[in-house]
Design a protein. Structure first.
Length: 141
């Protein structure tokens, strides 16, 4: 089976960052952006002395409350909900787009080599809000 560098996850779906064009498997970029958002929320909470500390939203309501809290404390939501590309470190605040061409190439290679690609159902999804859009809780746009 094929492995990807960040977290050595099995490759299933690819997403490309709009700002720089780098592509990642869905699991890898979600985990990377979750870690970055956790740090951003903790840093903002420390700077503004927010207690309890802001945490990753898990529902639509928590997401809206988080955005409201940032605004009430004079923060810029787009700065807190921004991420660095793991390769080039370029800042992005836009949802990645699915990279069908890379998925097609991978599928053709796997078919040729008689390998299998993991199911999309294995993506990290906890709440119903996240099931509709795997990046919904990470981006404000």
């Amino acid at each position: 089976m094929l492995n990807f560098s960040i977290l050595s996850s099995l490759i299933d779906r690819f997403f490309r960052l709009r700002t720089c064009g780098h592509a990642y498997c869905a699991r890898c970029i979600i985990q990377e952006f979750r870690a970055q958002l956790t740090k951003n929320l903790a840093k903002f909470s420390r700077q503004k002395r927010i207690h309890p500390q802001l945490t990753l939203p898990d529902t639509q309501r928590e997401f809206q409350e988080c955005i409201s809290c940032i605004g009430r404390h004079g923060g810029i939501v787009s700065q807190v909900f921004s991420y660095l590309c793991p390769v080039c470190r370029q800042v992005t605040g836009e949802q990645p787009v699915q990279c069908y061409s890379l998925e097609g190439i991978l599928q053709a290679a796997c078919d040729t080599l008689d390998l299998s690609i993991s199911s999309v159902s294995n993506l990290p999804q906890a709440g119903s809000f996240r099931k509709r859009n795997i990046f919904a809780w990470l981006f404000t746009k």
